[in-house]
Write a protein that binds this ligand. Structure first.
Ligand code: ZN
Length: 120
């Protein structure tokens, strides 16, 4: 399962950060998941909760924030959000000027945004 390996990577980071900050316990984990990352938030959640057992984040709550797709057009400089993309077969062309010089600036990432910890 795709989500399981991502969760395993996430726990490597969690444990590193917890060690660096002297945490005894991680109480909350906040993760950003991009709309285009291919990760299903519900699968990620269940993978997280089965993986956390016996780790420093044993009792941690998980908060998932899905980040929307965003592109930037290099031709007209406009920012393109998912609501601007009407067709499902978005061809990576700017809906404002038609340019193909668009760059994905958000939506593919998965990262740990925040950890809440207890040090005693
Ligand atoms: Zn444009």
């Amino acid at each position: 399962m795709h989500e399981m390996s991502i969760v395993a990577d996430l726990f490597t980071i969690i444990e590193e950060q917890a060690q660096q900050t002297g945490a005894k316990k991680v109480t909350k984990v906040k993760v950003l998941i991009g709309e285009l990352s291919g990760v299903v938030p519900e699968l990620f959640r269940s993978a997280f909760h089965s993986y956390k057992k016996g780790t420093i984040a044993d009792k941690a709550k998980l908060e998932i924030k899905v980040t929307r797709i965003k592109f930037k057009c290099h031709n007209c400089g406009k920012e393109i959000k998912s609501k601007d993309i009407s067709s499902p077969d978005f061809s990576y062309a700017c809906p404002f000027c038609g340019s193909k010089e668009v760059e994905l600036t958000s939506g593919r990432e998965i990262y740990l945004e925040k950890l809440e910890i207890e040090t005693s």
